[in-house]
Design a protein around this ligand. Sequence first.
Ligand SMILES: Cc1ncc(COP(=O)(O)O)c(C=O)c1O
Length: 673
Amino acid sequence: MLTKLDNNQLSVTLQNFDFFLTDRYVFFSGTQVFCRLSAHDWFKGSTMMSMQAKDVYGVSQWGRGLIDITQQGDIGLRNPRMPDQAAVALPAILEELNERGIKSPVLLRVAAYLEQEIARLNTAFAQAITKTGYQSVYRGVFPIKVNQQAQVIDRIVDIGRPWGFGLEAGSKPELVIALAHRLSHDALIVCNGVKDAEFLRLAILSRKLGFNTVIVLESPKEAETVVEVTKQLGIEPLLGVRVKLTNQISGKWEESSGDRSTFGMNTDQLLRVVDMLRGKGLLHCLKLQHSHLGSQVSDVNDVRRAVTEACRYYTELCAEGVPLTHLDLGGGLGVDYTGEKRAGENSINYTVEEYAANIVETVGYAMDSANVSHPTIVTESGRAVVATSSMLLFNVLEATLYDAPDAPEVDPDDHHLVHDLAAVAGYLTTPRVQECWNDARFYRDELRALFRRGHVDLRQMARAERIYLRLMARIKALVAAEDTSALADQMAQVADIYHCNFSLFQSLPDVWAIDQLHPIAPLQMLDQPPDRRAILSDITCDSDGRIDRFILADGLAPSLPVHDLPDDRPYYLGVFFVGAYQETLGDLHNLFGDTNVVTIDLRSDGGFDLLHEQEGDTIAQVMTYVEFDPVDCIAAFRSILEGAISAKQVTPRERKQIMSAYRESITGYTYYE
Ligand SMILES: Cc1ncc(COP(=O)(O)O)c(C=O)c1O
């Protein structure tokens, strides 16, 4: 039974819960149900069932059973090792971290999630191999470039050891990192990218220590350098060749896949390398064939097509007498950021298990058809291994609201356009909402033009702005009540702006650069209807530092449903699945540095352990990144202060106060504290 919250009488019997669960305006909180039937009318009633808050943000779609909404309306983390246990609330984790002096913004890594993804990938291949009777094994490698942080790499190596999980190095520094790890004896280090003689020397020498370091030849020229270095060292290398597949994948990386891929050799180059290695007596070292489809492959059929093509190269090379044993299919395993489970830019139409099964089946079939032994299957999945395990959590600092609770009286002497603007309220009804929106903007813009030319004074302009904002409040409410309104998208122009304590350029570079979508949601109050819509603006003073595309339960939206900011506690937002690429692609725009980073593990008793804490950059640290010496800056500031004392601008006591403010800043966090 529902009762209207104000005096109007209305009652609805809750006979069919399904109806209410699909209605975007219904929220359950404990035993209470809130239902929105029109813009202003909220109904409150009770249900005998204890139900979770309505999932406006689509958490159940994209949360992968790991991110969930608690009974108290918080976003919580589920422990994959104990699926029946209640989720640990993220606001509570943040509070506890805050008590320990770890402030937001925080990049939170969850060890159990990394563990789960590595186990899932390896198990998926192992099961597909058993199921299809495939006659060889899977040996995955993690591409260091996807997350180079020591904490992450160390953990991946530890977790991956039982599966012989290795590393991919795309540069000299990454090879140096890989060689500092004790990998299992059968794990690979796959060296991709452009390599100079020094890179090649280190890779070949590492063979002496028992590392299975494979040098993937990217070009005939690189092959020549390998031959030279091999001769100098007198040690046989493990070699691979990178082939350029012609199949294009759909999705964000379509343009850089296939023929237009900048890496890999075409058939002519490939045969030149094979002939050259044969001529130099090194063909027996060529064991691996590599190809990379592109990142975030959204359609599993693209994987099948590309693998079929890769297999053609493999079997043909075998027919040429190349003693290949490993087929490396690169990265590309995608992440379902939106939870839509379809082939799209930010979603995928397959599971890890389907990905593995498709690869194993395709390779097995192709090899059997060509009468070639089954190779060890290698993939270089990066995104799918680390994306889920990190989330960026930050507080909202303040809100710029684009509406007003009331409108001022118009002064009889006000310009007639102010009167026209105020008159819009008189004919604002649902059928005329577009007309009113057009009129309001027109009158407001005309008044702004008149203000600029000096024909309207500041007080009149302020009255007009407030009348306009009041109209916006009413228009937004009408549009929100009309699900199908064509105006819904335009309302993003008058969405509130929530100013948040993070830097898009430092923490979410792909959101800025390639329109990557990540799930974003408030971490608390999800048992209460979010009655505002906002875009998010970061703390940099760059107009690009904003997020205005969001994943919601009913599709993408240009603004995020949010709550009024509470007065008595922080309002936190979370951006999920940020473990891949974001950390090292981030830059120092406005000199906002690394955030605090915390790795936790979820305990079996429902709590969490802090495994590792890494303090975010101080101002002094980011200054050194741009070649400023903090000591020099302190000295320079001190000398300016001394000058001010001599000029009697400040007293010695003020000097002390100003100097310590400067010193304190220089040792502090770059974010809002
Ligand atoms: C050669 C190579 N391997 C692996 C990867 C990782 O790809 P993903 O993160 O899509 O798994 C990349 C990334 O682009 C790559 O260039």
